[in-house]
Design a protein around this ligand. Structure first.
Ligand code: SAM
Ligand code: SF4
Length: 319
């Protein structure tokens, strides 16, 4: 079992399978020239499977595939099918920008993926184009509906709230829960990735988001699907739920149960900590010692996050 110095049990692995992305979201991607991880440094699928098997042997039960945009990576459906066959994983999920869901949702379901989170920060097509760098909202919407049609449940929609950008849409996004059985999750804008845009004035604390929602109707607290950092609520009469995630204003470090694997094979113990263990030498020279890297990581996991702008972009770390 993976238990760290502060008694936290690590059961959740988030893996960025690529730092590549077609979108260029204003809150995630840095401005200026893109710095991609060279291809030869990106973990191969077999290497990721070895990492996951080791982690599962050590007690990991939840695995999330993310990026970058994970659905852009060639062979992702077959890779998910192999992951789904690993005994011991009770929750296998994927976070996507939704661009390829129209084409892949059914294949992902067949491959054995359990759950999907889709990022959608606005219901306004023009604003969507501005946030993502020129992409069509309609295509993402169709992808979410397709995911619902093929049976993914619960579908979670991630909304990064940025004051002055999409905070006026909190209510209309939350009201989707009257029509759809989705979990709409509002996330505080974090100082990861695009550091040029991030400053306190753009952050809307969860308490303020909650007040806006409570003005519409009282929020009833309910338990979340599979735990996690979101506090989950429901409006009377709604089909879906509302999740509130406050990495900044009310951090949840005390109950953090996760490690992250970057696209180039670094084990990160905290989103905000640049201390990393390189798994590639283990994988390529002494795979039988891979579990030692996880044990070592337990000693490096900080008690609390130190909010400073990280040196890595979100898409390499895996959001
Ligand atoms: N491309 C996929 C997507 O957009 O869902 C997966 C990778 S993305 C980095 C994962 C999540 O991180 C997304 O929900 C995104 O909204 C979130 N994210 C990215 N930058 C963020 C930031 N600065 N603050 C809060 N959330 C952020
Ligand atoms: Fe790409 Fe996701 Fe980052 Fe947007 S949030 S730039 S879709 S990785």
């Amino acid at each position: 079992m993976l238990i760290d110095r502060f008694g936290r049990k690590i059961e959740y692995l988030r893996i960025s399978i690529t730092d590549r992305c077609n979108f260029h979201c204003i809150y995630c991607a840095r401005r200026g020239p893109l710095r991609w991880i060279p291809h030869e440094e990106i973990l191969r699928y077999e290497e990721i499977l070895t990492i996951v098997k080791t982690a599962v042997d050590l007690g990991v039960r939840k695995v999330r595939i993310t990026g970058g945009e994970p659905l852009l990576r060639k062979g992702v459906v077959d890779f998910i099918a192999k992951l789904a066959k690993i005994e011991g994983i009770t929750d296998l999920s994927l976070t996507t920008n939704g661009y390829l869901l129209v084409d892949l949702a059914d294949k992902l379901k067949l491959a054995g993926l359990h759950r999907i989170n889709v990022s959608l920060d606005t219901l306004d097509s023009e604003k969507f184009e501005k946030i993502t760098g020129g992409f069509e909202l309609e295509r993402i919407w169709a992808g979410i509906l397709k995911a619902q049609e093929v049976g993914f449940y619960p579908i979670k929609i991630n909304v990064v709230v940025i004051r002055g950008v999409n905070d006026e849409e909190i209510l209309s996004l939350a009201e989707l829960t009257f029509e759809y059985p989705w979990e709409i999750r509002f996330i505080e804008f974090m100082p990861v990735g695009n550091s040029e845009l991030w400053d306190e004035s753009h952050v809307m604390p969860i308490s303020e988001i909650r007040m806006k929602l409570e003005k519409r109707a009282p929020l009833k607290p309910i338990s979340s699907h599979g735990g996690g950092p979101a506090k989950v609520y429901q409006w009377e009469g709604a089909l879906g739920r509302i999740g509130l995630i406050s990495p900044l204003s009310e951090h949840f470090c005390g109950s953090c149960n996760r490690f992250r694997i970057t696209a180039d094979g670094k084990l990160r113990t905290c989103l905000f900590s640049d201390v990393e263990i390189d798994l590639k030498p283990y994988l390529r020279e002494r795979p039988e010692k891979l579990s030692d890297a996880f044990i070592k990581a337990l000693t490096l996991k900080p008690e609390k996050r130190d909010i400073s702008v990280t040196s890595r972009e979100m898409r390499a770390i895996g959001g």
